[in-house]
Design a protein around this ligand. Structure first.
Ligand SMILES: CC(C)(COP(=O)(O)OP(=O)(O)OC[C@H]1O[C@@H](n2cnc3c(N)ncnc32)[C@H](O)[C@@H]1OP(=O)(O)O)[C@@H](O)C(=O)NCCC(=O)NCCS
Length: 167
């Protein structure tokens, strides 16, 4: 059982991954594949969740992603992952993706995404995680927006389960 004394701040687990985009990440026109970016979003998000839980985690939900600007070969992709919300065993992480042209220094916000992870115990079953300590107004706003998204996700999950039961 975790107590509030074990609580961690979002900054305790926040992660920034910096990855140089190469030709193997892109199509023939030099645009980086959306799937490459999604994989890195999941990696950055999972790392933040693992650092919060200090356990293995699995992705239970990766929200739909829009790609606002192209990412090009030669860009330095920066993925900033921060824990927004924690439940009993699940953790929502927000990931902001920026592309930097290392020559001009120009930064582009290419997309943002939310992912939910579940911490696993030794038997591979969901395991309780420590609470999130909210200090700033921005952290409180993120928590409350994440709660709304969680309700929506669980409602969608329930609707899908009902659909599957229909003959
Ligand atoms: C993640 C997994 C262990 C959850 O198992 P489960 O039997 O649904 O467990 P629970 O019902 O206890 O749910 C665990 C938590 O996930 C949350 N959850 C489950 N489905 C969810 C969804 N679609 N969206 C958001 N949260 C969800 C639950 O609300 C619960 O959160 P809480 O403990 O904070 O309240 C199981 O679904 C699984 O193994 N999925 C495959 C994961 C995977 O392979 N990912 C890709 C590679 S990492």
């Amino acid at each position: 059982m975790n107590s509030s004394q074990d609580a961690k701040r979002p900054s305790d687990s926040a992660v920034t991954l910096s990855v140089l985009m190469g030709p193997g990440d892109a199509n023939l026109l030099g645009n980086v594949h959306g799937g490459v970016i999604m994989r890195l979003v999941d990696e950055a998000g999972a790392l933040a969740a693992m650092r919060h839980a200090r356990r293995s985690v699995v992705t239970v939900r990766l929200d739909s992603m829009s790609f606002l600007e192209p990412v090009l070969v030669g860009d330095l992709l920066q993925l900033k992952a921060t824990v927004n919300w924690v439940g009993r065993t699940s953790i929502e992480v927000g990931v902001r993706v920026e592309a930097e042209n290392p020559i001009t220094g120009a930064h582009t916000h290419t997309n943002s995404a939310y992912a939910v992870y579940v911490a696993l115990g030794e038997q591979g079953r969901p395991q309780e995680v420590c609470p999130l300590l909210l200090e700033t107004d921005e952290e409180k706003r993120r928590w409350s927006e994440a709660e709304t998204r969680r309700e929506h996700r669980l409602q969608q999950k329930e609707e899908k389960a009902q659909e599957q039961k229909r003959p």
